[in-house]
Design a protein around this ligand. Structure first.
Ligand SMILES: Nc1ncnc2c1ncn2[C@@H]1O[C@H](COP(=O)(O)OP(=O)(O)OP(=O)(O)O)[C@@H](O)[C@H]1O
Ligand SMILES: [Mg+2]
Length: 239
């Protein structure tokens, strides 16, 4: 396997990953351009998290080419905050605390709507607030690649909509390359420049979304794409 580090964007070719003789990724080839937002859909167990972990450098592929920027961070489904550390120290986890990094933490918290919460304890935060701390922790590292693994899945519908809008705003401002793993077709269509489907270990559908933002679910274009994605995911129309 070849792994190298790019200045910008992601390049993968023929990525293979096997667990105990079972092939989960069977030749995944997917690029994410510099500053591009790609959403990855797929059934449960199709290998989305595995692929994201390979891009994050948390898992080695068994074959194929993986090139990513060195500056990459992951936001998971759950915020993974350290309960014994205050919000600011969670944002700066693993980083040195200096005047400059503390200021950067405060500014990242401000960006996610948590100005002034530096000294709060994780247990005093709502689910959406905790997930915004996780976003601030990603932001403060100035990633060139932001890897999001169902980051809104555990949130209520209203908070999820707000978080989606926040992530869209932050990505427009900072322009990292983004790979968003999600089960939510509408979330994918709402946020992404391109949508990919992972099935049988490969990318079986890849669509560029031309519709201008904000995307209107009432349009024919939106509904056609939605149906195509549902069909690819093996979900037919509900009678
Ligand atoms: N460390 C591991 N050891 C053994 N099998 C694993 C390991 N990690 C993942 N798998 C298997 O690989 C397959 C893909 O898992 P993965 O977590 O990538 O799926 P996913 O598409 O993210 O699913 P979900 O949508 O449910 O999160 C699953 O069958 C899983 O059991
Ligand atoms: Mg997963």
């Amino acid at each position: 396997m070849m792994v190298s580090t790019l200045d910008t964007g992601v390049h993968t070719d023929g990525v293979v990953k096997t667990f105990d003789g079972r092939t989960v990724l069977d030749g995944v080839s997917l690029d994410v351009g510099a500053g591009e937002f790609v959403a990855l859909l797929g059934a449960s167990g199709s290998g989305k998290t595995t692929f994201l972990r390979v891009l994050a450098g948390l898992e080695d592929a068994d074959g194929g080419v993986v090139e990513t920027p060195g500056a990459r961070t992951v936001v998971f489904q759950e915020p993974r905050l350290v309960a014994s550390k205050r919000v600011r120290d969670n944002v700066l986890l693993g980083q040195r605390r200096t005047r400059a990094t503390k200021d950067a933490a405060s500014s990242a918290l401000h960006e996610v709507g948590l100005a002034g919460r530096e000294r709060s304890w994780p247990t005093t935060l709502s689910g959406g607030e905790a997930q915004r701390v996780a976003l601030a922790r990603a932001l403060v590292r100035k990633p060139r690649l932001l890897l999001l693994d169902e980051p809104f899945a555990a949130l209520d519908a209203l908070t999820r909509l707000r978080m989606q809008a926040l992530v869209a705003r932050l990505c427009r401002r900072h322009r990292p390359s983004v790979l968003l793993v999600t089960h939510d077709i509408d979330e994918a269509i709402l946020l992404a420049d391109r949508v990919a489907v992972l099935k049988d270990g490969r990318i079986t559908l890849l669509r560029t979304l031309e519709q201008s933002r904000p995307r209107d679910p009432a349009t024919t274009e939106y509904q056609q794409l939605r149906r195509a994605l549902l069909a690819e995911l093996g979900v037919g129309a509900v009678a």
